[in-house]
Design a protein around this ligand. Structure first.
Ligand code: SF4
Length: 397
């Protein structure tokens, strides 16, 4: 009697919009070690803040839904308890706050007040940003929210790879921070920003409705640079593609048609010294769409005169708030372009995986193209042949 053989397991590779694709674009080799090799980064400062601020905003929304606490919220009574809950949740996952960025619950300053949140000395950066994020945006954002942390998934044809394909399809998944339903007649700060965007108005006119679905994403980072035409920076373009791909997944999954995305760059509300150095560069080289025009002249002068040994300049609320919100109008052509770009990133990752499966060394199979700043914070810089900051001592013959 012939025994039938077990068929090969069928596997569909899954790619996450943030965890895989953006991480690969930062540096392919770093992505390989961190994501495929299950080696977590040793100093995940940005990871910690990103997780922290997402958790704080979600928890704050739930608190607002339950007790409708009036804004502005008191930091010590309303916000600090939320920070503690999120900090503990992150510690359970092995994510600890970076020193001098956050009061831990064991901190001796047990009688802290809002004055302890001196945003200009930056010792309490995470708390200062959480307070601003809730009080600047929460009052207008929370009433518009339909749902938070929405998991979306979809399948796409596996792009052509030079070697064998591992599967006919690949899965793409992501988590939308917030889905909101806005009425363009509402008196709301976020609606006001949307209506100031010409492209959004053009798209909204086509549908001629009062209510629109909007995708909202929080980023624990500064506004990325972009050229005058609003492109040419990997992060800037990637964030737009992320929103456009979310929109495609919403259409596939629920038949919904979001007309715009909004990204909140929350570091802009309380920039760190590092953020401000980069903002200064962006303004100087005209690599930003918000902040270098005449209406911000006073802020531009303050930033121009500032050096990193000085106290932080007192920038206007308008400058900080305008830079913290980005509107991304959505149309079908842009969605298709974004999906083609994502396919090409997946193709590169799949090609490297197949080369590695076929016996190539890891450092040969994956491209190592981190920027200087990425390399200096990379855990693999001591043995990476392409480390941009390699000193003579570390050079591999
Ligand atoms: S050192 Fe630089 S090039 Fe090498 S893996 Fe790290 S980020 Fe990539």
């Amino acid at each position: 009697m012939r025994l039938s053989s077990k068929s090969k397991p069928y596997m569909i590779p899954e790619y996450s919009l943030t965890g895989d694709l953006l991480s690969y674009l930062t540096c392919g080799l770093q992505y390989r070690y961190q994501n495929k090799g299950t080696l977590p980064p040793s100093m995940p400062v940005q990871l910690w803040f990103g997780e922290f601020i997402h958790g704080v905003m979600e928890e704050a929304y739930m608190k607002w839904e339950n007790d409708k606490t009036q804004f502005p919220w008191d930091w010590k009574n309303d916000i600090r308890p939320i920070e503690d809950i999120i900090d503990l949740r992150l510690q359970v996952r092995g994510l600890y706050p970076p020193a001098n960025h956050f009061f831990t619950i064991n901190h001796p300053d047990i009688d802290m007040t809002i004055d302890d949140l001196n945003e200009y000395d930056h010792k309490k950066l995470a708390s200062a940003r959480a307070e601003k994020a809730i009080n600047v945006w929460g009052s207008d954002l929370f009433p518009l929210m339909e749902s938070a942390e929405v998991l979306i998934k979809g399948l796409r044809d596996m792009p052509y790879t030079k070697n064998d394909k591992r599967s006919k399809y690949y899965g793409i998944n992501g988590v939308i921070d917030v889905l909101s339903l806005i009425n363009i007649n509402d008196d709301n700060k976020i609606v006001k920003y949307l209506k100031e965007n010409e492209e959004f108005n053009r798209i909204a006119e086509k549908y001629d409705e009062d209510e629109y679905e909007i995708i909202i994403d929080y980023k624990g980072m500064k506004r990325p640079p972009c050229d005058v035409a609003g492109s040419n920076n990997e992060n800037w373009d990637y964030h737009e593609r992320q929103i456009l791909t979310y929109s495609w997944l919403r259409q596939k999954q629920e038949g919904k048609k979001p007309v715009a995305g909004i990204i909140f760059y929350l570091n802009e509300l309380v920039p760190s010294i590092e953020d401000l150095k980069l903002i200064k560069e962006d303004i100087h080289y005209h690599l930003t769409d918000v902040g270098d025009s005449e209406e911000y002249q006073k802020d531009i002068e303050l930033i121009d005169d500032w050096t990193e040994d000085d106290e932080m300049p007192k920038l206007s609320e308008k400058f900080k708030i305008d830079r913290s919100i980005r509107i991304i109008p959505i149309d079908d052509d842009k969605i298709n372009e974004a999906l083609v770009k994502f396919d090409s990133v997946v193709e590169k990752i799949e090609t490297s995986i197949i080369r590695e499966i076929n016996g190539e060394k890891i450092q040969d199979a994956w491209t190592a193209e981190g920027e200087e700043r990425t390399c200096s914070a990379c855990d693999f810089k001591t043995f990476c042949k392409n480390n941009k900051n390699k000193s003579e001592d570390f050079k591999i013959p």
